[in-house]
Design a protein. Structure first.
Length: 558
């Protein structure tokens, strides 16, 4: 039950998160540069004379995951240098979105603004639905492509000692939706030139989603399936960056992985990969609202696999591999649409190899590579809307039991009575059962993962807490990626400071801004964080550094 991200129609903050990328002015094909990747030649698709960016779009980083490679690990692309690829065809991986997002969108706004408790009927369990009637024409199983945005002067000095840092963006979307087109980085890019006189290369990638990327469980594996394919796709894309980014003027030893929500959760999985022993192809990580939930038990994973076969109209994995692509795409969309409240059904699962156990427990066990530098951020009300309206004790207990299927009854009792006790005087951060449920989701789904990551590397970690209303999931991203051409009306001073902190971390290794006068300390043993609130920016103890997150980091609910 991976509950990692909301639909783009969920909250207004998430609706504005998906900026349309600026229209890049076309040039004559003969004037655009060509990169020889060894296995293929790729011409820049566009050049924007205002930003000075070449867009090398839709570069294949893996073989098409179709036919026998459906439900199989990604392989490097075949050699095809007989023609020049211009990258003008758009590709996104098959998408899916759960229907409960619509329900949450119907009540979260009025609850946040007026405290109105919704009177709605909802079900925690899965519902039967049909596939959506219309599909995005860009959806294609052959979707393992990435985009490289390289500044003109960086590109033309490739081969010299002066190489640019690289940001590799892993998109969010609950491991069910989203693509490399999701975030507009040009505001951050412009701020980098304005503040530091420096530029970076931006790489964004697609990875397999939903059932196509995250089927798991003993039955699936016994039939020849491989779990966590979406994570394996990401790892291959990161290796592609390491091997090829010098061809665009980038420095393979100055790579920052950046992502929000499921993207940030993915980054945590890579840091904790193979029990924390993994060699990763990035040296820094910026994780916004990282969301990591315990893996479903084997019975639930097996049921999800059986349900997928049922939606696809087949009885075996080999039959599913031979289906027409559209039939598989529709089956995935229909299954995820009927997910139980707060669930996207599919997501990273414990497989005994890439994911050995809950990443929070690995981060908490001093096993990770402490040479990694991290910047983590979270919002005050991260979980609001990711759980149903728990209006009474019965509904709260049922929701906890639903979200933690591996937990024993005694653990459920402990969560309900001790971790989030029915005490509504505000001393525990909530004054009614509604807030109790949303605070619980905020912590176990989001901010405790951020705390676990920062806690793991302490002196090489930096953190911020974002408390500008409504401070819901992904609100901070609108500030981090603020682009005056596209962003809504926001506090531009806060946006500039937050962008400065991110850029200083990327370029110099620690956050700073000339606009706030704050000497940002490492997270350290005192859990330092920068608090962004209305009219104030200051250093505080990270709100996530509390006894409840300490308990969640121990993984006792598995």
């Amino acid at each position: 039950m991976s509950v990692i991200w909301a639909s783009h129609n969920f909250f207004f903050a998430l609706a504005v998160l998906l900026f349309e990328r600026s229209s890049l002015a076309p040039c004559a094909a003969s004037s655009l540069p060509i990169v020889d990747l060894g296995y293929a030649r790729h011409r820049a698709s566009t050049f924007d004379p205002v930003s000075g960016l070449y867009n090398f779009s839709n570069i294949r980083y893996a073989a098409p995951p179709t036919g026998n490679l459906r439900f199989a690990p990604p392989l490097p692309p075949a050699v095809n240098d007989t023609s020049i690829n211009d990258g003008l065809d758009s590709h996104i991986c098959p998408q899916a979105s759960p229907n409960w997002l619509v329900t949450s969108a119907s009540w979260i706004g009025s609850y946040l603004s007026a405290g109105t408790i919704p009177n709605i009927t909802y079900s925690l369990s899965q519902v039967n639905v049909s596939a959506p009637k219309t599909r995005d024409p860009r959806e294609n199983e052959d979707c393992l492509f990435l985009d490289v945005f390289a500044p003109q002067n960086v590109f033309h000095r490739k081969g010299t000692c002066k190489k640019a840092p690289v940001l590799v963006h892993i998109h969010g979307g609950g491991y069910a939706t989203g693509s490399k087109y999701d975030d507009d980085f040009e505001g951050l890019f412009a701020r980098a030139k304005e503040t530091y006189g420096s530029e970076f290369i931006w790489v964004s990638l697609n990875y397999r989603l939903g059932a196509l990327g995250f089927l798991a469980g003993p039955e699936f594996v016994s039939k020849g399936g491989v779990p966590n394919l979406g994570l394996l796709d990401q790892r291959l894309a990161l290796r592609w960056v390491r091997n090829n980014i010098h061809l665009f003027g980038g420095d393979k030893d100055k790579v920052t992985a950046i992502g929000g929500s499921a993207g940030a959760g993915s980054i945590i999985h890579h840091i904790a990969a193979y029990g924390g022993t993994a060699e990763n192809d990035f040296q820094k990580a910026f994780a916004e609202a990282p969301a990591v939930l315990d893996s479903d038990n084997n019975a639930i994973l097996d049921k999800a696999f059986a349900d997928f076969l049922g939606f696809a109209g087949v009885s075996s994995l080999s039959e599913a591999r031979n289906l027409p692509s559209q039939q598989v795409i529709n089956a995935n969309a229909a299954q995820v649409a009927g997910a139980g409240y707060g669930s996207f059904i599919f997501g990273p699962a414990i497989d005994g190899s890439l994911v050995t156990r809950d990443p929070k427990t690995i981060l908490d066990s001093d096993l990770v590579n402490t040479s990694l530098s991290v910047l983590v951020g979270h919002n005050t009300n991260e979980g609001y809307g990711f759980g149903p309206p728990t209006r009474n004790e019965t509904e709260f207990r049922a929701f906890v039991a639903f979200r933690f299927p591996n937990a024993t009854q005694s653990v459920i009792d402990y969560i309900v009575n001790e971790v989030y006790p029915p005490i509504f005087d505000g001393s525990h951060g909530y004054t009614d059962n509604m807030r109790r449920g949303q605070v619980a989701v905020t912590e176990f789904q989001f901010i405790c993962s951020a705390n676990a990551l920062a806690h793991a590397v302490e002196e090489k970690a930096f953190a911020y807490a974002f408390d500008i209303p409504p401070a819901i999931h992904a609100t901070d991203a609108v500030y981090v990626l603020h682009n005056p051409k596209h962003s809504p009306t926001i506090n531009t001073t806060v946006a500039n400071v937050l962008q400065d902190h991110v850029l200083a971390f990327i370029f110099k290794g620690s956050p700073e801004s000339s606009l706030d006068g704050i000497d940002v300390p490492p997270y350290g043993k005192t859990s330092n964080a920068v608090l962004f609130s209305s009219g104030n920016i200051k250093i505080v103890k990270d709100p996530a550094a509390n006894s409840r997150c300490e308990w969640w980091r121990r993984g006792l609910y598995n």
